[in-house]
Design a protein around this ligand. Structure first.
Ligand SMILES: Nc1nc2c(ncn2[C@@H]2O[C@H](COP(=O)(O)OP(=O)(O)OP(=O)(O)O)[C@@H](O)[C@H]2O)c(=O)[nH]1
Ligand SMILES: [Mg+2]
Length: 442
């Protein structure tokens, strides 16, 4: 029977060789990508012992690298006594199978590596279940491959008995069903957690503008969260430290308050199974009135990181949300002349150091300005007995007028955009009076 735990790949202390195939015109980009792969492997606590790259028009469909390069890699693996080869791209199951056969070491791809890091860093039950779900979804089409491993390790006796090559199809079918069952159990367990979570998130939205910190992993989101709200979120110089959303009140200098959420970091080619299974964690991002896109301005590939984040935001339906680009780590940016170039990536953009506090006043001013202009003006009609809704509207402090008609009361109010849905949910019939321009769309 399949061991569901085998879907976890532990790279801890494994001797790893990193492998990359890149196109000639992508040399610079490939160098940064390799550095990132190295960081990912070290974050997974692998012991990186060597690197091998090949310039090709496209990866070989059968074995990722060309035949000669695979032979070179096999010799290298033998010499450095590698336990695992990690490829910078996602591999098709057949490519993994072919490479493993020729190299006689485990082969893993970029998605598996990222999934492994998520598994190591998941501390809440929700994050653990989300990662397990993503790992199983990733594994399902590759179940055969797992069996090939078992076959080799047990001298061909598992999955079909001596003399039978490959797994018994019947057994494979049983395993597939087992994995599918676990996937559906995980989904329903997650749904329960998500509905509880949704209720608390909705009640929070009633009062404030909601703002989410988004950005590339290791950009400094949690450091900024701590500076703005004293949340005490863990900060580490490694990738994917934060996997759970944390929300705290942010008191702005003018006395207003906003709800600020720190959230999971993104990366280039984030495995789509992870994005799908973390959809609840990404809820705060989707429901936010404003996204603060934190980027590491000291990183050589800052622009690529900004683009990668934009594309994940697009993929989760947040591409059009009002946002502010926050260029962080300016204390560590040697070449400050780069800042104007980075500022041009988005409007508005502010340069800060979450570490030293430089630029935080400009960030606060930008957010306050956004809060001023992003209010929406609504007419709200409800029954005269709906006291709960009355208090909500007055708590916002922006009731512009009130009139009674036929047992109904109509308000004219200004509220943060995220509150409109809450008013409807509390029995208020809303109509937008005019569209006020936002900071991002003046
Ligand atoms: N020099 C400098 N380092 C910073 C600054 N902000 C954060 N860092 C460092 O960058 C590293 C990552 O910081 P985090 O706040 O954990 O980054 P994150 O974006 O939350 O990362 P993940 O949760 O892993 O996605 C840590 O070593 C921080 O000390 C800054 O303004 N200047
Ligand atoms: Mg973090």
């Amino acid at each position: 029977m399949v061991d569901l735990k085998r879907t976890e790949l532990s790279l801890h202390a494994e001797k790893a060789v990193l492998v990359q195939s890149y196109r000639a015109h992508e040399r610079e980009f490939a160098r940064a990508a390799l550095k990132e792969l190295d960081e990912l492997a070290r974050t997974a606590r692998a012991n990186v012992v060597s690197v091998l790259t090949q310039q090709r028009n496209q990866p070989d469909p059968a074995s990722y690298l060309g035949a000669g390069k695979v032979r070179e890699l096999a010799r290298l693996c033998e010499r450095v006594e590698a336990d695992i080869v990690i490829c910078d791209d996602d591999l098709k199951p057949a490519q993994v199978k072919n490479l493993e056969k020729r190299l006689e070491v485990k082969v893993c791809d970029r998605s598996e590596l990222i999934l492994d890091i998520f598994a190591q860093h998941a501390s809440s039950l929700q994050a653990q279940l989300q990662v397990e779900l993503a790992q199983l979804e990733y594994t399902l089409p590759r179940l055969k491959r797992m069996w090939t491993h078992l076959d080799r390790m047990a001298g061909g006796t598992i999955g079909g008995g001596i003399g039978v090559r490959g797994p018994g199809e019947k057994q494979l079918e049983v395993d597939r069903r087992l994995v599918q069952k676990r996937i559906s159990d995980l989904k329903s367990e997650l749904e329960k957690i998500e509905s509880r979570h949704h209720r608390t998130a909705a009640s929070r939205n009633e009062k404030f503008h909601t703002i989410a910190l988004v950005g590339y992993t290791n950009a400094g989101k949690s450091t900024l969260m701590n500076r703005l709200t004293h949340a005490g979120v863990a900060v580490k110089d490694h990738l994917f430290e934060t996997l759970d959303t944390r929300t705290r009140t942010w008191s702005l200098p003018d006395g207003r308050e906003a709800m600020l959420s720190d959230t999971v970091g993104f990366i280039r080619k984030l495995p789509h199974h992870l994005v799908a299974s973390f959809h609840a964690t990404l809820e705060e991002t989707r429901e936010a009135d404003l996204l603060l896109h934190v980027c590491d301005a000291a990183a050589d590939n800052a622009v690529d990181q900004i683009n990668a984040v934009e594309s994940v935001l697009d993929s989760i339906g947040c591409g059009e949300k009002p946002g502010c680009l926050v260029l962080n780590k300016i204390d560590a940016t040697d070449d400050r002349a780069r800042l104007p170039l980075l500022r041009r990536q988005a409007d508005p953009a502010v340069a800060i150091s979450a570490k030293t506090g430089e630029g935080i006043d400009e960030l606060e001013a930008t957010v306050q300005e956004f809060m001023d202009v992003s209010q929406v003006e609504l007419s709200v009609e409800t029954g005269v007995g709906n006291g709960r809704l009355f208090s909500l509207l007055y708590e916002k402090g922006a009731v512009l007028g009130r009139s009674y008609n036929d047992g109904k009361v109509s308000f004219r109010v200004k509220v943060p955009p995220s509150v409109a849905g809450v008013i409807e949910a509390m029995g208020g019939k809303t109509r937008r009076i005019e569209r006020t321009p936002t900071a991002a769309n003046p």
